[in-house]
Design a protein around this ligand. Structure first.
Ligand code: ATP
Ligand code: MG
Length: 434
């Protein structure tokens, strides 16, 4: 068996030595059968949470009321969850309360899909009461039990269905699909951050465009508690009408290894504005810093696109010859301004996204070189500070100071000024408006 599972085996054995049943469960079993690299290894056990805590020296009480204890073994974290059922679903959401049970099969029965409802014992044998292995082999995504009930219990499962179908190129079983179409409106009960977390996995997965096409085809887009940006919904609807439409636009995403670059590329490919991007990521309850970075990357795109179209519309009579170096200077300036406005990280993110999408007519290699050569990107990196200017100019501090410093940053970045004390103080002295 798989290396990550081998590493986790002592955790199973330790629980067994204490007289409990313990198995690998869920995604790690599914991915092992498919021969994929594991993201994380989850363990289910008959031991109660306090018994799990008693069996290991290093544990974290991750979610005791749900029966989850994190066990740290050789610096790996394992979520160990007591066998449980979730009978009392409230308002189509995961229950606040769970019941611990003695038997593994009852635990597997509460899981969403047959491919996720398998367990593996320490000896490598598979426990598969719902035909998960066969469904994997035939590439069928199927709910455990009655799909109508399962989606009504927890409407997030419909999003997960779409995610797994896209990720593993599966068909959705007819009953499961029918139920999904019937209950898509229940998605409105689901907390947006859970949808955001699943969306992260869809965009980070092996086929983001297929995931979006499925999402639209399932009719889920219209039913999020916080509405998604209309521009996104419109685009996704086109995917649904034309199953090949996704192939072109989002194809490039798969080449990107960073999740944030993929999200940036996603927004750019679908033509979302910076405001649309904000609306989307805010709806998903991403962190403020994440939203800021992604918005900034989309803004770099907006600024560079505006520059490109301003060049194209400026029909100059002396368009060639001399002008190419002039063009280059204008491009350099526009790029540096975009970098300074949005930050280096956002600029680098956009460069990668644009390269993967091959959506820009600009010479991205050149922009990358300029980004690397950038002498300064913020006031902090200037060879002088605000205090120097105050001393030199004998003026009371005020808004002029920040403005002047920013101008100096820009001029150093563009290359018309060098970043040493004397040149900066000189420039500042001559530039200060009376
Ligand atoms: P991934 O590898 O993408 O993380 P996963 O199957 O491990 O996929 P998780 O969200 O990590 O997905 O959940 C772990 C397991 O918990 C699942 O395999 C499934 O058995 C169960 N599970 C998770 N969410 C639900 C749900 N909403 N309803 C029922 N079972 C669920
Ligand atoms: Mg997982």
């Amino acid at each position: 068996i798989n290396q990550a599972l081998t590493k986790a085996l002592p955790v199973l054995r330790m629980l067994e030595q204490h007289g409990h049943e313990a198995v690998f469960v869920g995604g790690c079993v599914r991915d092992t059968i498919m021969g994929k690299v594991l993201k994380d290894v989850d363990i289910a056990t008959s031991a109660a949470p306090d018994q799990v805590e008693a069996a290991f020296p290093r544990t974290i009480p991750t979610g005791l009321q749900h029966g989850t204890v994190t066990v740290i073994h050789e610096s790996e974290h394992y979520e160990v969850t007591t066998f449980r059922t979730e009978s009392a679903y409230e308002a189509h959401r995961r229950p606040a309360q769970v019941q611990f049970v003695a038997d593994l099969e009852a635990d597997l029965m509460r899981r969403d899909f047959t491919i996720n409802a398998m367990a593996m014992r320490a000896d490598g044998s598979i426990v598969d009461p719902f035909g998960g292995r066969q469904d994997l082999q035939r590439r069928v995504l199927r709910c455990v039990g009655d799909a109508n009930l399962r989606f009504q219990e927890d409407a997030l499962r419909m999003v997960r269905a779409v995610r797994f179908a896209a990720e593993f190129q599966m068909h959705i079983a007819p009953q499961t699909w029918k139920a999904l179409r019937r209950y898509s409106h229940l998605l409105v009960h689901i907390a947006m951050e859970r949808i955001g977390a699943e969306s992260d996995k869809m965009i980070g997965g092996s086929n983001p465009s297929r995931a979006l096409a499925w999402f639209a085809a399932a009719g889920l887009l219209a039913y999020t508690k916080t509405p998604l940006p209309p521009a996104l919904v419109r685009q996704a609807e086109q995917f649904r009408m034309d199953p090949a439409a996704d192939k072109g636009k989002l194809k490039g995403l798969a080449a990107l290894t960073s999740l944030e670059e993929r999200w940036a590329a996603f927004c750019i490919a679908l033509g979302l504005s910076m405001d649309d991007a904000y609306e989307l990521f805010d709806a998903f309850r991403f962190s403020t810093s994440r939203i800021g970075q992604l918005k900034a990357a989309v803004n770099v795109h907006q600024q560079m696109t505006a520059f490109t179209s301003s060049l194209q519309s400026a029909e100059s009579p002396i368009h060639d010859g001399l002008l190419s170096s002039e063009h280059e200077q204008m491009l350099h300036r526009a790029w540096i301004l975009a970098v300074l406005d949005n930050g280096k990280a956002a600029a680098a993110c956009w460069l990668h996204a644009a390269a993967a999408l091959t959506c820009s007519s600009l010479n991205l290699d050149k922009l990358a070189v300029w980004l690397n050569e950038l002498a300064v990107s913020s006031v902090r990196e200037l060879a002088i500070g605000g205090a120097d200017l105050l001393r030199l100019l004998h003026k009371p501090s005020g808004p002029w100071l920040g403005k002047l410093l920013n101008e100096l940053v820009r001029d150093v970045a563009i290359g018309v000024l060098t970043n040493d004390r004397d040149s900066l103080l000189d420039a500042a002295g001559s530039r200060l408006p009376e």
